[in-house]
Design a protein around this ligand. Structure first.
Ligand code: DQA
Length: 144
């Protein structure tokens, strides 16, 4: 089982700034993640919330269950020490993903407060960022 967790505004993909995030909807992201999971032989559950407290509860659930996570923290990436502290409690792998490359965008997106407690980060490949992250976790699961 792998949890794919998504933060604020990602549920609005498709209509949200399509020039930046593309035309694919959040349901397209979720379907692609589930399909990738099938190919990898892993159960994938995809969730999205605009609520920091809910995201933190899900991260606690992952920590308690030692469940690997693909996380797009969205804007929380740049300022949520609470999300960072929740991630720091995990023992299973957690890959931070972004559709865009925040380092190539506005200054305030250049810093990730969660990157230092993630296993690694994949950013800038659109929907493929999620596919690459799921492959990375599957690879870690088979080699560890
Ligand atoms: C994002 C990048 C963040 O800076 C932004 O706040 C998002 C989406 C991405 O996937 O590219 O909401 O995480």
């Amino acid at each position: 089982m792998i949890l794919v967790l998504n933060g604020p505004n990602l549920g609005r993909l498709g209509t949200r700034e399509p020039d930046v995030y593309g035309a694919d909807t959040f349901e397209d992201v979720a379907a692609l993640c589930r399909d990738t999971g099938k190919k990898l032989g892993e159960d994938v559950e995809v969730r999205q919330t605009d609520d920091e407290a809910e995201l933190i509860r899900w991260l606690h659930e992952a920590a308690d269950g030692r469940i690997p996570v693909v996380l797009n923290p969205a804007a929380f990436t740049h300022y949520s020490y609470a999300v960072r502290d929740a991630i720091a409690q995990r023992t299973a792998p957690l890959v931070e993903v972004h559709l865009t490359n925040p380092a190539a965008r506005e200054e305030f997106r250049h810093n990730s407060v969660v990157a230092g407690v993630a296993t690694g980060t994949i950013a800038g490949f659109g929907l493929q960022s999620y596919v690459l992250a799921l492959h990375a976790i599957a690879e870690l699961n088979t080699t560890s």
